[in-house]
Design a protein around this ligand. Sequence first.
Ligand code: 5GP
Ligand code: MG
Ligand code: MG
Length: 180
Amino acid sequence: MNNDIERVLYSREDIHQVTQKLGQKLTAEYADKNPLIICVLKGAVLFTTDIIREMDVYADLDFINLSSYGNETISSGEVQLTKDLDDDVAGRDVLVIEDIIDTGRTLKFMVDLLKRRQVKSVKVCTLLDKPAGRLVDIKADYIGFEVPNEFVVGYGLDYAERYRNLPYVGILKPAIYEHK
Ligand code: 5GP
Ligand code: MG
Ligand code: MG
């Protein structure tokens, strides 16, 4: 699996440093708010489990799954809710944990949904931001790294459901796509 990677963008150590830094900020922001933390499946699973351990706050945890990508590397443009939350979000201070914001469509869909359900507040923490890919006007409140306009995998992010278990974020060798 590691042989399929052309270049490592963010190492295990880089990611650890960034989650510690973000965790401190989120601790300050949410110390008295008992937030509901929403992990967006599946890409944000690794980031969520790391970042919540850096947050010294009482918090609830829930999961949602939205899909727009299929197995391709280009967004289909259509967002679907494939697994809803278990918890009632009305009146809650919600923190959404994302893997990457590209076009912004997924995040826009989710933030609109949460607002319709009358959350008290909603903020977004994303591991990666790809501003060059943006098609709708939306921003994260907390960002780990700004990535170049390339398709990245690892640390939760997949290509055709593979590479989520890489401990770092990297760029795939072009040969992997060409075989498809
Ligand atoms: P958006 O709706 O912002 O275009 O896309 C968000 C979703 O697309 C992410 O949660 C992720 O699943 C997928 N995505 C966007 N860019 C990348 C990328 O570079 N690599 C991977 N593996 N997934 C991406
Ligand atoms: Mg995502
Ligand atoms: Mg994916």
